[in-house]
Design a binder for this molecule. Sequence first.
Ligand SMILES: CC(C)=CCC/C(C)=C/CC/C(C)=C/COP(=O)(O)OP(=O)(O)O
Length: 309
Amino acid sequence: MGFSLQVSLPPPPPLPPLTATNTATFTLIRPVTNLRFKPPLCASTQQQLVVSEENELKSINGAPEENVPLPLGLRRESIPRHVAVIMDGNRRWARLRGLPVDSGYEAGVKSLRNIAELCCKWGIRVLTIFAFSSDNWFRPKMEVEFLMSLLEEGLKEEMGSFLRDNIRITVIGDLTKLPKSQVELIRNVEETTKNNTRFQMIVAVSYSGKDDLVQACQRIAMKVKDGVIEPSDINESLIEQELETNCTEFPYPDLLIRTSGELRVSNFMLWQLAYTELFFAQSLWPDFGEAEFIEALRSFQRRRRSYGG
Ligand SMILES: CC(C)=CCC/C(C)=C/CC/C(C)=C/COP(=O)(O)OP(=O)(O)O
């Protein structure tokens, strides 16, 4: 749906296309409530602009990844659609530097931002991160609270970028143990970003792959009990539909990366990882940067995926 705004520039300089970085130079003349992305109002600007919502969204949310060259040695046609990550080694990273554990998690968030941006840039469609496992509740209370506060701050701070960059956020896991305010924030972010299509980040919080399967079994058992389906109707596709990854078009990660040299999947996406290619990096998660990510993607592209056939 379009809206129009008058131009009052004597005479207007050539306007660059709207991008995520130059929108602050434009002022909308009247408040617009139906925009998914709202350019910040800039008091100092002299410019007023005619723009349509359609054009704005096209300019910002187009598919720039198609024009961005991939790093040397990576082929666009076999870029994984879904990458899952076990971000391991944050505390070790901090301890190695004599820093408090919290600094390790903060450094981990920086690394996550970097990898998520690269995913967006290179056309990876889904990134699932293991942010907090159901077993992590047994960590010291202060540590748990700090991790949860990072999640909360991250969601609040990045909300503008999610909308601007057409990013969908989904949280999976058992949220019943989280404070009500955090659950509300999560549901709000999910709802606000649910129609975004360029990139989806799935955040696994209080997550357990076994629990995901147990919940799916319970829901299916209820359907049998209620006479909605017969036991013989239970098949892979039905189970897939009941798992938490029913939130994405690409529920099966093509590539799982685990950092810090540990060689386990630790109860992460047990069903979904059936045919996933695994990559174990030596780097601790805060050190896992662009070079290591490229190495993981190159390794993925060298694999022959036969799915057992
Ligand atoms: C979305 C969001 C804000 C995420 C939080 C940030 C973040 C990096 C979380 C990782 C959580 C975690 C339990 C990692 C495991 O490594 P570990 O830290 O236990 O490391 P260790 O194996 O060295 O003890």
